[in-house]
Design a protein around this ligand. Structure first.
Ligand code: FES
Ligand code: FES
Length: 204
């Protein structure tokens, strides 16, 4: 009998002697997993719980029932309220496609929890125009040809509106700096800056 066969036989005997325990290279046995009843509660897609909440969006109350507490504001807007103007680009706070304003301040809604926005005033791109009348920033984007892909433009416009309200428009460099959280891969930046400048100068 070869040495290999002996060792193999000893190993099998060792395995049997510890039942369903596992032998690791160090020789220490890892205890078998407990029965299902003893396992910790599974993490589900619903996260750790659901809540009912009311959000004020574009001047209207929106009720959302049984929302998972870990739902982002962006997913709540898009998937639960069907306000799909805010876009999901990176989902990581890098691109600005999901920009909305909350109490007048811009946020990347992919990084904000919906449950944290109760009692606050949320404005999305759907809330800018009055019927067929475009918001001045929307009209300026059209006029200056800053309106390019449909993906990042809503976030660019939301950010531009807030940038003007904040007064960060004293120069093109300042506009660029305060719009820098919004990425435009097609290179419409000069047109976007022109649109912001136009509205800022008109409202100055
Ligand atoms: S989707 Fe929110 S920053 Fe990109
Ligand atoms: S307008 Fe969307 S990438 Fe430039």
């Amino acid at each position: 009998m070869s040495e290999f066969e002996i060792n193999r036989r000893e190993l099998l005997a060792g395995l049997l002697s510890v039942g369903s325990a596992m032998i690791v290279p160090s020789g220490r046995a890892i205890p078998p997993l407990p029965d299902d009843a003893e396992r910790p509660a599974k993490v589900t897609e619903q996260g750790i719980g659901n809540v009912d909440l009311t959000l004020e969006i574009n001047g209207e109350q929106h009720r959302v029932n049984q929302l998972a507490v870990n739902t982002t504001l962006l997913d709540c807007l898009r998937d639960h309220l069907h306000l799909t103007g805010s876009k999901k680009g990176c989902g990581l706070g890098h691109c600005g496609a999901c920009t909305v304003t909350v109490d007048g301040r811009r946020i990347t809604s992919c990084l904000a929890l919906a449950v944290m926005q109760q009692g606050k005033q949320i404005t999305t791109i759907e809330g800018l125009a009055h019927g067929d009348e475009l918001h001045p920033v929307q009209a300026a984007f059209v006029k200056q040809d800053g309106f390019q892909c449909g993906y990042c433009t809503p976030g660019q416009i939301m950010s531009a509106v807030a940038c003007i309200q904040e007064g960060h428009t004293s120069s093109d460099d300042e506009i660029r700096e305060w719009m820098s959280g919004n990425i435009c891969r097609c290179g419409a930046y000069p047109n976007i800056v022109a649109a912001v400048r136009e509205v800022a100068q008109r409202s100055a």
